[in-house]
Design a protein around this ligand. Structure first.
Ligand code: SF4
Ligand code: SF4
Length: 419
């Protein structure tokens, strides 16, 4: 282990000198390729942060040092956005085997190759282990083989022979961490040097999964959902602190609470009057990054405007007066009850046995991220008989949130998409 971390000294140097590297690349790399979907070009003006150093942190025991703002590539489909992110100084790119049916990894690989920047980047990808009932049938050997075969596909798409971080994708219960075949797959991925470090992602049952992972001592990095709507989740915050103290690098995702809570609770006029522009994005991102356990965050921006709102956060985590006002606003705090935090509290609320938290999550991908492929993938992961098919013919949805999320409305919208 010592040798591996030592091997990153040069990488740390490269990453911490991002401003210089970015300046050089800005000079030689053409900007502003048009998106396939016709998205706007990046702002050609010199960023206000040019020449300044972003705040960087070490990602736990990996020794990897990255800027506090990284890129969650999941919903982005514009290579120019990835390129621009690198040029600004972002070094950690988070993707997954399943995102956009492989196109997401292909885009990351192609951009890093074009920039000749593979050795300056930290690539994290996630491989799904398959549904529990399928793994039961497959047995440990097949589980391991299938996981590694998918990982090899990821490496090919990324045009690289290794990634810095390999995650088990979407761990929502501690038992999965000990599933025969998965840990041995991670061992083999590391022994073959295809994965430098390993971990898992979690956005349901996070506290339990993180608590279970710490004594195992097997995971270098954990990618967890954490945002302002979870500020009162003492179990999760304590588990994160424990993990960080144990040397696990914590990466924050879903930091922007990007769900309907904000617009459901506030009229557009109120938003515009009090919180113009990027204020709530920056405030929410800073809130997550100020947690002592969090090393970096992967906001899932999809436009240059959002990138321009998120990246400056890497240079100062101090709240502005407006950001403080936003976070302390009673209306905002009440509205947070409408943010689904995947606590699982609605799990038993459907008399037909539907997996309500998973359905709400699928709705989030479609309605809040506009990512229908990810919605489809989330639905496909639901065990047979517990997905949207349960809702066929159901006259009135009685599934209920323990907070204020309007579950029947969201599931109604989800059903409409498939009508
Ligand atoms: S809808 Fe409510 S109860 Fe269900 S997972 Fe989300 S926050 Fe928890
Ligand atoms: S629509 Fe009916 S079946 Fe579907 S989650 Fe709601 S109560 Fe359950």
């Amino acid at each position: 282990m010592k040798k591996e971390i030592k091997g990153y000294n040069r990488r740390e140097f490269l990453i911490t000198t991002v401003a210089g590297a970015a300046a050089g690349l800005l000079a030689k790399t053409p900007l502003g390729a048009q998106s396939p979907q016709g998205q706007a070009k990046p702002n050609p003006e010199k960023p206000a942060q040019a020449g300044k150093q972003p705040i960087t942190r070490v990602l736990g025991r990996t020794g990897l040092r990255v800027p506090v703002v990284s890129m969650g590539v999941m919903n982005a489909d514009n290579p120019a956005l990835v390129r621009r992110s690198f040029e600004l100084g972002i070094r950690h790119f988070d993707t997954a085997w399943g995102y956009q049916r492989g196109k997401n990894e292909e885009m990351v690989g192609a951009v890093l190759k074009e920039l000749n920047a593979r050795d300056q980047a930290v690539i994290a990808t996630k491989v799904p282990p398959g549904r529990p009932e399928m793994m039961d049938q497959m047995g440990a050997k097949l589980v391991e083989e299938e996981f590694l075969a998918r990982f090899d596909q990821s490496l090919a798409r990324l045009q690289t022979d290794h990634v810095e971080i390999l995650y088990i994708h979407n761990v929502s219960e501690p038992a999965l961490l000990k599933r025969p075949g998965l840990l041995s797959a991670l061992d083999k991925a590391q022994k073959s040097k295809k994965a430098r470090f390993v971990g898992f992602s979690t956005h349901k049952g996070m506290a339990e999964c993180i608590e279970a992972a710490v004594p195992m001592g097997r995971f270098d990095v954990i990618l967890t959902s954490i945002n302002y709507s979870m500020a009162d989740d003492k179990a999760l915050l304590a588990a994160m602190d424990k993990a960080a103290r144990a040397g696990i690098g914590l990466v924050a995702m879903k930091t922007q609470c990007k769900q309907a809570w904000y617009r459901e609770a506030q009229s557009p006029e109120v938003q515009e009057r009090y919180y113009e522009g990027a204020i709530w994005h920056s405030a929410l991102l800073k809130w997550a990054l100020r947690l002592p356990s969090v090393a970096t965050a992967i906001p899932g921006y999809t436009t240059f405007e959002q990138l321009e709102a998120d990246w400056p956060v890497a240079f100062s985590l101090e709240f502005s007066a407006d950001e403080t006002k936003f976070l302390n606003d009673r209306g905002i705090q009440l509205a947070l009850g409408h943010a689904c935090r995947q606590c699982g509290g609605c799990a038993g609320s459907c008399p037909r046995g539907a997996d309500v938290p998973a359905l709400v999550r699928a709705h989030m991908y479609a309605a809040d991220y506009g990512n229908f492929a990810e919605m489809r993938r989330a639905l496909d992961e639901i065990p047979a008989g517990r997905g949207l098919e349960s809702c066929a013919g159901c006259r009135e949805c009685v599934a209920a949130c323990v907070r204020s999320v309007r579950v029947p409305r969201r599931l109604g919208e989800l059903r409409t998409i498939f009508a």
